[in-house]
Design a protein around this ligand. Sequence first.
Ligand SMILES: *[C@@H]1O[C@H](CO)[C@@H](O)[C@H](O)[C@H]1NC(C)=O
Ligand SMILES: *[C@@H]1O[C@H](CO)[C@@H](O)[C@H](O)[C@H]1NC(C)=O
Ligand SMILES: *[C@@H]1O[C@H](CO)[C@@H](O)[C@H](O)[C@H]1NC(C)=O
Ligand SMILES: *[C@@H]1O[C@H](CO)[C@@H](O)[C@H](O)[C@H]1NC(C)=O
Ligand SMILES: *[C@@H]1O[C@H](CO)[C@@H](O)[C@H](O)[C@H]1NC(C)=O
Ligand SMILES: *[C@@H]1O[C@H](CO)[C@@H](O)[C@H](O)[C@H]1NC(C)=O
Length: 473
Amino acid sequence: MAGAGVPVQVASRHAAVVVVLVLAAAHGALCGSNHVEFAAGAVAGGGYAPSSRSPRVNGTGAAGGPAPAPSSESLAGCGCGPAPAPWQFLNQKLAALWPVIQRFKNTITCDPKGVTATWEGTDLCSSYNNGTQYKGFYCDFPPNAPTTLTVASIDFNGFGLCAPSLAGFVDQFPDLALFHANSNNFSGDVPDLTHLPFFYELDLSNNNFSGSFPDTVVPLGGLLFLDLRYNRYAGAVPPPVFALTVEALFLNNNHFDGRIPDSFGSTGAKYLVVANNEFTGPIPRSIYNTSATLSEVLFLNNRLSGCLPYEIGLVEGLAVFDAGGNEITGPIPLSFGCLRDVEELNLAGNELYGQVPDVLCLLAKNGKLQNLSLSDNFFHSVGHQCMELVRSRVLDVRRNCILGFPNQRPPMECAAFYADPSKHCPFIPHIPCDLPGYKPHAKGAAVALPGAAAAHGGHGHPQPQGGPAGGGN
Ligand SMILES: *[C@@H]1O[C@H](CO)[C@@H](O)[C@H](O)[C@H]1NC(C)=O
Ligand SMILES: *[C@@H]1O[C@H](CO)[C@@H](O)[C@H](O)[C@H]1NC(C)=O
Ligand SMILES: *[C@@H]1O[C@H](CO)[C@@H](O)[C@H](O)[C@H]1NC(C)=O
Ligand SMILES: *[C@@H]1O[C@H](CO)[C@@H](O)[C@H](O)[C@H]1NC(C)=O
Ligand SMILES: *[C@@H]1O[C@H](CO)[C@@H](O)[C@H](O)[C@H]1NC(C)=O
Ligand SMILES: *[C@@H]1O[C@H](CO)[C@@H](O)[C@H](O)[C@H]1NC(C)=O
């Protein structure tokens, strides 16, 4: 496997992670009970060169895992006896890890697959030689001791273990690079891992963690992958979290609330998912600052409000933008026409209004747009280019306020919405990129530049269905 024997360099590590994450992608982060897993699945090889691993979109744990065993059996041979003599281990590093594992084993309160029964004896690196002992532990040669095999990664994905705390365990592996614990029942505090020089992937997804955002994670400077989704964390996300060097940040399906901090713009993440939480306030305008890196961002199903920021259109590399199921209002800024790489754009279930701009729909023809979901908003019309997309089902505008279209909202509901002055947003007609083939002054400048009036007044005014052109048209 690629993992074993590959020289360990920061660069190769980095590249390898990208491979894994590209396979993962942000949408995978939302799969209900089937969680994307990042198994250290390769039998041999540890964590310093993670390209040997493959994500598994399944909740079933490592392939070929042991059959469920009764817990009484799995508690047998818990390693409570005297420690083996140091010479029985391959090296001192492994001898020092033995009591760490045994102590942790004694705190485990459920083990439906019986994995801890394999945590016996002195062959901690059994998996390195394709053995079956010490399931979940993977060894490799650390960068600073290239001849000493030690535990480089721990992968408990899908084991279903219960333990009240990971403190005194994960933090006691000095050469650890990865800790993956998807679909277990761990809880308590996340231990301080700042003293682990090689550590870069933390996956605590689908566990039983609660309380406020784990403080100990914030200072992890070398982190490339952070996955806390599907837990019961609540409260604010500390602003420095978005300044972490991670390439993937999955915070979805918790109870985080408060505003998404302006530090959002500092994220270097390629995949960022904050979906299915209780965030409020607007999408930060600082998002423009992520244009060099951000590829997939999922805000869906929060309580985000405010106007849809023009700055989103400056994030040139966006492939997936999903802010569905929020309370965001305003027209779609024409800057969205600059999202040449966007494949999926979901704004369904918000309070957006005005016309669906032609520049956006043109992305299906001149760009990569495949799915434009705008249902359950208050749009009153669609640009000429958009008509085709409705027909080809790329564009979904059901349950809006579009006169003459099927499946629209009742006229009274639309009238009430358009009469509400609290929904007014600034409209910037400027398109911050060259769009070959797009002629803003051609047929119906009012169509191309909705809110021309607003450009003077500084605010676009939503117009009632069938109202005069200009304004928020
Ligand atoms: C998930 O695992 C189950 C049981 O092993 C299998 O039947 C199913 O095809 C798997 N699904 C995927 C997406 O791999
Ligand atoms: C372990 O298995 C892999 C793949 O099956 C093989 O390439 C490797 O040589 C094996 N290692 C040992 C030590 O048997
Ligand atoms: C965690 O424990 C609860 C209660 O015992 C159980 O319902 C749930 O399935 C467990 N979760 C996992 C991922 O094993
Ligand atoms: C989940 O965590 C709570 C404390 O937050 C604890 O009382 C409960 O026992 C845990 N459940 C499992 C299955 O470990
Ligand atoms: C932009 O990102 C850099 C790091 O990439 C950060 O230092 C800076 O504070 C960010 N600025 C804003 C306005 O977000
Ligand atoms: C388009 O995106 C919406 C919202 O994300 C989703 O519900 C729908 O299934 C997608 N349609 C297709 C054809 O992929």
